[in-house]
Design a protein around this ligand. Structure first.
Ligand code: URA
Length: 204
């Protein structure tokens, strides 16, 4: 019991973390929701700690759970290509997920799981301080923007997240199932790139 208390206190320390590494260390053994039970690796996120652009997915799949890194499977390869198409490399952006542990059988994370995990993402965003955020898929967009909308209603808009701007597009896994959505995704990421290009040079 006292061990559980110590662990809970340790997780609460995440709020005062001064770096991404410190944040990762305080949360990587998290047991705040049931997803930890099936976890092989905690998938914190990866990329440039000073990124201007952050990309946010839903949660780890099997490959990510095995490797401990976001978007390393087939959808990840497509994400790499999408970023390349708008002149970004994976290394210059920061890639993270709404939930850090793999949901069983790749189901969407439950609202209760999102509610406990999104504070970690919020802290990540605070530390990285990106100017622009690209949300991949309905789950990520609704969680980030506190909405219950369809993707079709959210794409092609620019939302505010505090002082940051958010654009929403299809999740690459959805594009693998439905290649005819790629054209819309292309339009969305072109719009996103334009926002980046229009940032004042002092902000990038
Ligand atoms: N899908 C996601 O949403 N995130 C990943 O990291 C991998 C696949």
């Amino acid at each position: 019991n006292s061990e559980i208390k110590i662990m809970k206190n340790q997780i609460e320390l995440f709020k005062t973390a001064k770096s991404l590494e410190e944040l990762n260390n305080t949360i990587c053994n998290c047991e705040k929701c049931d997803l930890h039970k099936g976890r092989n690796k905690f998938v914190f996120g990866k990329g440039n700690p000073n990124a201007v652009v952050m990309v946010i997915g839903e949660g780890p799949g099997a490959d990510e759970d095995a490797q401990g890194e976001p978007f390393v499977g087939r959808a990840g390869q497509l994400l790499t290509d999408i970023l390349k198409a708008i002149n970004f490399t994976r290394d210059e952006v920061y890639i993270a997920n709404i939930v850090k542990c793999r949901p069983p059988a790749n189901r969407a994370p439950l609202q209760s799981e999102i509610d406990v995990c999104i504070q970690f993402l919020e802290k990540q965003i605070e530390l990285i301080s990106p100017k622009l955020i690209l949300c991949l898929g309905t789950t990520a967009a609704n969680a980030m923007l506190n909405k219950k909308e369809t993707l079709g209603n959210m794409r092609q808009n620019v939302f505010n997240y505090g002082a940051r701007k958010v654009v929403v597009t299809y999740h690459p896994a959805a594009l693998l199932r439905n290649p005819n959505w790629k054209r819309d995704c292309w339009e969305d990421v072109q719009m996103f790139r334009k926002l980046y290009d229009e940032l004042p040079s002092t902000e990038k």
